[in-house]
Design a protein around this ligand. Structure first.
Ligand code: ATP
Length: 561
């Protein structure tokens, strides 16, 4: 039965991680009581052995364990073996772990290539800093490049492999001849058009010295933009390139990328992209742009921003330098007199705000472990921003600026923009998050960030939106509401209904609530620093994942297959 199989496989694993085969007396050993092993109704659901100095060949299916290879931990959902000394190849036997959602193998000595694992629920995968080579299987192409860093791997999301499409594919002689002839005639055509245009314009050049013809060429039929109408948070797919429509005919220079870009693309490629509106915020409208190559990015079209080019570029350069696993990286930008665009990584699971408050048939409730992990990730991202000196702050922390990766990891977005906005676009819609001492939304201190983060934590715990938040104009004054509920006889009704069933971690939820209340203290100097906040959430998170095992099956908050 499941339990016997789990136990036997665990014995195999324990033996393997110690590099030798030990026979255990199954009847006297309850694996669920072992450190790092978590069970749900006696079934092993999670194993965490990170940073324990373990070595040997990869467990489950290698070396002298052949007789045990057919066994599998069928209920295992999370296997964390990072920061050890494991060596050998990554076994395709991981396919036996049919419910595995997370496989963390980073910082070991694994060699060979990554097997084409076919585990349907696998959402989180990390093999960074090993000795792997070869191409990354297609099913991992949507993961973040950091999951593969520190190896000799190629293919999406990293650079294409030599000899593949997009790589250094060898062309046949005929193809080369075709390209040369085609290019020659193409060049001739462009030259003739250019001469004609120059003659017509009488030698006049636009202010940037760039002829607009090229961009007009890329313009798709102008669609009715939602940008100028009221708020539009519904994504409305369109075949036409909204961005192109907006840019068309205007003077344009080029996209500027920061060094950390995975695959640079040019303005033309972006103009050709199909686009959909993701939402309209304080600083402009954000689109999802999907390029011909299949790469999607989020493009924020700024409005009411400083127009002085030098100042804009200097400030945006600073934003582009911020790099942390819990920040949405700004990949590049476009600046012209009339148009300013910011290009970010696209976050496939939207914002925390949408996860908490959007209703919809397909919505999966967010469970405790996911919520505490999101709180921790966001706190770390903000603490990183604060680590750049006392004046470095985010300026606009709220749940719609906490975005989620494919594996529901939190990434903070929109940092640094509040300082670039003109006074006309100061965000009154976010007043529910704004610290009482803030009078100018372009001057937000680190302590005011802590306040806004505290409100976001209260939102995460209560499921209620703060007043005047963009999603719920009817929202409540969260700190006051929480205090009024808690001051009466204590009951857990302060928590979101979804959280009330996790009685085993109620103490941790209360601790997070207390921390949120401290963050929302009226006087700025009574609030903890973001570093302290992140450390305290880390402790809360550690204890709850040690305790849970029941809730962790919902860790990814994805519909079960
Ligand atoms: N990089 C991204 N990936 C995926 N979705 C994004 C990304 N950036 C923004 N969005 C989505 O687009 C919507 C609009 O974002 P935007 O940042 O323009 O406004 P906001 O966050 O609601 O307000 P503000 O401008 O005050 O931050 C957000 O609700 C978010 O879900």
């Amino acid at each position: 039965d499941d339990l016997a199989s789990d136990r036997a496989a665990l014995v195999a694993l324990r033996a393997a991680v110690r590099g030798r085969l030990i026979l255990w007396n199954l009847n006297q050993t309850d694996p669920c009581s072992w450190d790092g092993v978590f069970c749900n109704e006696n079934r092993v659901t999670k194993m965490r052995f990170p940073g324990m100095g373990l070595s040997g060949n990869l467990p489950l299916g290698l070396g002298n364990l052949t007789q045990l290879q057919t066994l599998s931990l069928r209920n295992l959902m999370r296997l964390s073996l990072g920061d050890n000394n494991f060596s050998g190849e990554i076994s395709p036997k991981f396919n036996n772990l049919t419910r595995l959602g997370s496989l963390l193998l980073e910082n070991n000595h694994f060699t060979g290539s990554i097997p084409d694992l076919n585990v349907p629920l696998l959402r989180e995968f990390n093999v960074s800093n090993n000795h792997l080579n070869g191409s990354i299987p297609k099913r991992f192409s949507q993961l973040d490049e950091s999951a593969f860093a520190g190896n000799s791997l190629c293919g999406k999301p990293l650079q294409s492999c030599p000899g593949t499409e997009g790589g250094t594919k060898k062309l046949s002689g005929g193809a080369i001849a075709g390209i040369v002839i085609g290019s020659f005639f193409g060049l001739l055509l462009i030259l003739s058009i250019a001469i004609l245009v120059c003659r017509k314009m009488g030698g006049r050049r636009d202010s940037n010295g760039v002829a607009p013809a090229k961009h007009v060429e890329a313009v798709a039929p102008r669609e009715r933009s939602s940008d100028d109408s009221g708020s539009n948070t519904n994504a409305s797919p369109s075949n036409s390139a909204v961005v192109a429509a907006q840019l068309g005919g205007k003077n344009s220079k080029n996209l500027v990328f920061f060094g950390n870009v995975i695959k640079p693309f040019d303005l033309e490629e972006l103009l050709r992209a199909s686009a959909e509106v993701l939402g309209k915020g304080t600083f402009g409208t954000t689109y999802k742009a999907t390029m011909d190559s299949g790469v999607s990015v989020a493009v924020k079209r700024l409005r009411d921003f400083i127009t002085l080019e030098k100042e804009f570029r200097e400030k945006i350069d600073q934003v582009g330098k911020m790099a942390h696993e819990n920040l949405v990286p700004l990949r590049g930008y476009y600046f012209s007199r009339d148009e300013k665009l910011l290009v970010y990584d696209y976050m496939p699971n939207g914002s925390l705000s949408a996860l908490l408050h959007d209703s919809g048939a397909g919505r999966t409730p967010l469970h405790w472990e996911a919520r505490s992990a999101i709180a921790l990730g966001a706190a770390r991202g903000i603490a990183y921003l604060h680590s750049h000196g006392p004046t470095s702050s985010h300026g606009n922390i709220k749940s719609s600026n906490i975005l989620l990766t494919k594996s529901y990891e939190a990434r903070v977005s929109d940092f640094g923009l509040a300082y670039l906005a003109l006074p006309t676009s100061t965000p009154n819609r976010v007043s529910g998050y704004r610290a009482p001492e803030v009078t100018d939304a372009r001057k937000v201190s680190q302590q005011a960030d802590v306040y806004s983060f505290g409100i976001t934590l209260l939102e995460l715990l209560t499921g209620k939106a703060p007043s005047h938040s963009s999603l719920n104009e009817e929202g409540v004054d969260l700190p006051r509401w929480v205090q009024s509920v808690v001051q009466e006889e204590w009951n857990n009704e302060v928590f979101d209904v979804e959280l009330r069933k996790y009685q085993n971690v109620e103490e941790e939820m209360v601790k997070l609530l207390q921390l949120a209340v401290e963050c929302t203290a009226q006087f700025p100097d009574k609030r903890p620093s973001m570093d302290v906040v992140a450390n305290r959430i880390q402790e809360i998170y550690n204890v709850s994942i040690e305790k849970e095992g029941v809730s962790q099956q919902y860790y990814y908050s994805v519909p079960q297959a």
